[in-house]
Design a protein around this ligand. Structure first.
Ligand code: 3PG
Length: 306
């Protein structure tokens, strides 16, 4: 009987846990949950005898892979897999998958929620602004970006996108204006929302050169990864553009400096909240469980990323 470890420092909602259990019960699989654990050591101990893993942002390091003698597959219940060491997994013949699209509406709703919160001055009683008629530039038009476009249009916003990897016609079919040059989008939008993955090409790519082109009162929205921002440059932009605002689902490492100097111009969630809805947990968790079963039973490698 295959054994699955569900390792989530940030646990799934109870409804999702119940549904994941039911998927594995029906398949006759053994499973164990490791939630809110302290660190790598705990994960190393828990992976010793498992055939498969479901994780969220949990770090799957070479040491974890090495300790997992029977491991065949890791499924990241979510989109970004920058927390998995793909080289180590590939070297040991371990398949890595994600569950694209399963939590994207949750992230997109958080984008809009944070935008309203920021534009209404954190609900502090003063007059803020409306989103209607403002422009939003979506940097990378994947599953989350597409959902942001759909909801932003409901708010009456003008929606644009930049994504060299998605055919222009597919974006335009959603009624979204396409920019061929990323700089042009940054220059003309009231909001820019980041949906790029964190990898060697994107880390620190949101830098002074790009941010300095933004409008003076522009709002940068980050529900992607903090690593894509050049945080030293971010401080410079805060200083140079008095109206610049930054709202992020993940606090930057220099958050105390920002908090000290730029009151009211930022918002950071205390913990990564984008995918923290029962619906997203259920969708991504169940998809991950089903992908593991399909892989072990039939060799189905859909959504393999390594
Ligand atoms: C993702 O990449 O799917 C999101 O960032 C959500 O991450 P989480 O599962 O750790 O909340």
């Amino acid at each position: 009987m295959p054994k699955v470890l569900i390792a989530t420092v940030k646990p799934f909602a109870k409804a999702a846990v119940d549904q994941i259990k039911s998927v594995f019960d029906n398949a006759g699989y053994e499973y164990v949950f490791l939630e809110k654990y302290a660190g790598e050591e705990d994960l190393i101990n828990a992976v010793q005898d498992v055939d498969a893993m479901i994780i969220r942002s949990d770090k799957v390091t070479p040491a974890v892979i090495d300790a997992a003698k029977n491991l065949k597959i890791v499924v990241r219940a979510g989109a970004g897999y920058d927390n998995v060491n793909l080289e180590a997994a590939t070297a040991k013949g371990v398949t890595v998958m994600n569950t694209p699209g399963q939590n994207s509406n949750a992230v997109a709703e958080l984008v809009m929620g944070m935008m309203v919160f920021q534009y209404r001055n954190h609900f502090n009683g003063t007059s803020g602004h409306e989103l209607k008629g403002k422009t939003i530039g979506i940097h990378a038009y994947g599953n989350v970006g597409k959902n942001v476009a759909r909801i932003a249009k409901g708010f009456g916003m003008e929606v644009a996108a930049f994504d060299p990897f998605v055919p222009k016609e597919a974006i335009e079919a959603d009624g979204v204006k396409v920019f061929d040059k990323v700089e042009d989008m940054y220059a003309s939008c009231d909001f820019v929302s980041l949906h790029i993955p964190a990898n060697q090409h994107t880390i620190k790519s949101i830098n002074h050169k790009l941010l300095s082109i933004m409008k003076d009162n522009a709002v940068l929205v980050n529900t992607a990864r903090k690593e894509v921002i050049d945080e030293d440059d971010l401080i410079k932009i805060f200083e140079e553009k008095e109206g610049f605002q930054y709202i992020s689902d993940i606090a930057p490492d220099n958050k105390s400096e920002i908090a000290e100097k730029f009151e009211g111009r930022f918002f950071f969630t205390p913990k990564k909240m984008g995918a923290q809805t029962a619906e997203a947990n259920i969708n991504a968790g169940k998809a991950a469980a089903n992908q593991i079963i399909a892989f072990i039973e039939k060799g189905d490698a859909t959504f393999k990323v390594n």
